[in-house]
Design a protein around this ligand. Structure first.
Ligand SMILES: [Zn+2]
Length: 166
């Protein structure tokens, strides 16, 4: 197979493989390629460490009304919330994460985005092909940071008046 790092679809393939979501018929040829391609191997390793971190991370206890406030915000902000959750949705389906854990993943994602040096998203060694993908990825990351900022701002600016009766 051609090196997946050279195509946009290939990068998606590698991401799916790293998170354990790749179907079997695509896994076999990809693993064969990984044996011969250090660039792809490095990409998968860096991505897998992110997923391991997400898997092993346990959400801290949340306040009793956190879910209620969260759902309230979700109802008010459906469109950006929907955009924010979309990349994680397949994982939620397969693992049935509760909403608090889902929020934890988002907060974790914020931590990762705040400190890109700790968990490199792209392999340090970059070919011309990988660089060609970057503006797109950077733009996406900026979008996510902006949405997480908005999320943080919304969660902090809880209005003082009593909530509607539920
Ligand atoms: Zn490769």
């Amino acid at each position: 197979m051609d090196c997946p790092l050279e195509t946009h679809e290939g990068s998606a393939l590698l991401l799916a493989y790293s998170s354990g979501r790749l179907e079997r018929e695509s896994t076999v040829p990809l693993e064969r390629h990984l044996e011969t391609c250090p660039g792809c191997r490095q990409f998968v390793e860096s991505q897998s460490s992110v997923w391991r971190a997400l898997d092993s991370w346990e959400a801290p206890p949340v306040s009793a009304d956190f879910d209620r406030r969260l759902y309230q915000r979700i109802e008010q902000q459906v469109s950006w919330w929907d955009m924010l959750l979309r990349p994680f949705r397949p994982v939620f389906h397969s693992r049935s994460l509760p909403i608090a854990a889902a929020a934890g993943v988002l907060i974790m994602a914020g931590v990762l985005l705040d400190r890109p040096a700790v968990v490199p998203i792209t392999p340090p060694q970059q070919s011309a092909q990988v660089e060609a993908l970057q503006p797109d990825q950077v733009e996406h990351a900026v979008d996510e940071v902006e949405m997480l900022d908005q999320f943080n701002h919304l969660m902090r600016s809880e209005p003082a008046e009593p909530a509607a009766k539920m």
